[in-house]
Design a protein around this ligand. Structure first.
Ligand code: FE
Length: 295
């Protein structure tokens, strides 16, 4: 049987303590649409009902990650695949699918205990066009590439690699080897569509499940605009503008009110058909502005 693979990171849920501060970041700087709702708020980036769900809560971390499959057939196939691999899962109840605004989803956990949801059929609100929280020059680059990427914690690279590669059908490899704080690291970058990586792990230094998430815009002017707004509002900037070697994203990093970081970028290149690695991390820039933010 051919392996069934997820097709995108469709949505994430975050526990956030300070909803007001999140509104200021997500809406006024990033340009997302902020909609208050029963759990806290939902952030929109396109026609989808929700891309990032903010749950009012003290944990200030990633609460769950939703990976998409194409439809009912792959949803059933995914269940067979998980059973064959001995990966435990539950099928979400109708009340749970209603709360997530998807047709169906599976509930499982990655090797660190992160709740992973495999869904199909997101609610798409063509009747409610996306209204950016600030003037935007262009759009968020979502579509078939999903909402962006995230760097997550792991307990042993091999276990996480096995889960995301075999159970979720993602592809990719270690694509950088370098020294970080006197330590040799070889992070694993995995993709499931044209986006160069959808998840990565093996980067030490974060006690949270989520080290950062990245969203991408389709014009450099929106990165410049966010950068200016962040400086004007004295939002904590971790890393200055720069360009990564692996995805060649031109981006900068802000600290979110929850402590983990948000990368805001433009110009990422597609995932490669053949593996390669680099030893510097960046083509240029991405200098640390405020090392104290790393804790
Ligand atoms: Fe990133």
């Amino acid at each position: 049987m051919d392996r069934i693979g997820v097709t995108e990171l469709g949505y994430i849920g975050l526990d956030v303590g300070d909803l007001g501060a999140w509104r200021a970041l997500a809406s006024d700087i990033l340009g997302m649409e902020f909609v208050e709702d029963a759990v806290g708020a939902r952030l929109r980036m396109d026609y989808w009902h929700q891309r990032i769900v903010l749950h009012q809560g003290a944990a200030d971390d990633l609460r769950y990650a939703g990976f998409r499959v194409s439809g009912p057939e792959t949803f059933w196939g995914m269940q067979r695949q998980l059973k064959e691999l001995g990966v435990k899962f539950e099928v979400a109840s109708p009340a749970e699918t209603e709360a997530r605004h998807v047709l169906e989803f599976l509930k499982l956990e990655d090797p660190t205990g992160l709740p992973v949801e495999i869904f199909h059929g997101p609610q798409v609100d063509y009747h409610a066009p996306f209204r950016p929280g600030r003037g935007m020059h262009g759009k968020f680059r979502v579509g078939a590439q999903g909402l962006g990427h995230m760097i997550i914690g792991e307990k042993g690279i091999a276990a996480s690699e096995r889960f995301y590669r075999e159970a979720l059908g993602m592809r990719g490899s270690v694509d950088a080897r370098f020294e970080l704080g006197g330590q040799s690291i070889a992070p694993m970058f995995l993709h499931c569509n044209e986006r160069q990586h959808t998840i990565a792990f093996g980067i030490p230094g974060s006690s949270k499940r989520l080290q950062h998430f990245m969203v991408e815009v389709d014009t450099l002017n929106d990165v410049g605009q966010a950068y200016e707004l962040a400086r004007e509002r004295k939002a904590p900037i971790l890393m200055d503008l720069g360009c990564h070697q692996n995805d060649q994203m031109v981006s900068f990093y802000m600290q979110t009110p929850s402590g983990f970081f948000c990368e805001y970028g433009w110009g990422g290149r597609p995932s490669l058909a053949q593996s390669e690695y680099n030893v510097r991390g960046d083509v240029w820039g991405h200098n640390i502005v405020d090392p104290s933010l790393l804790g």
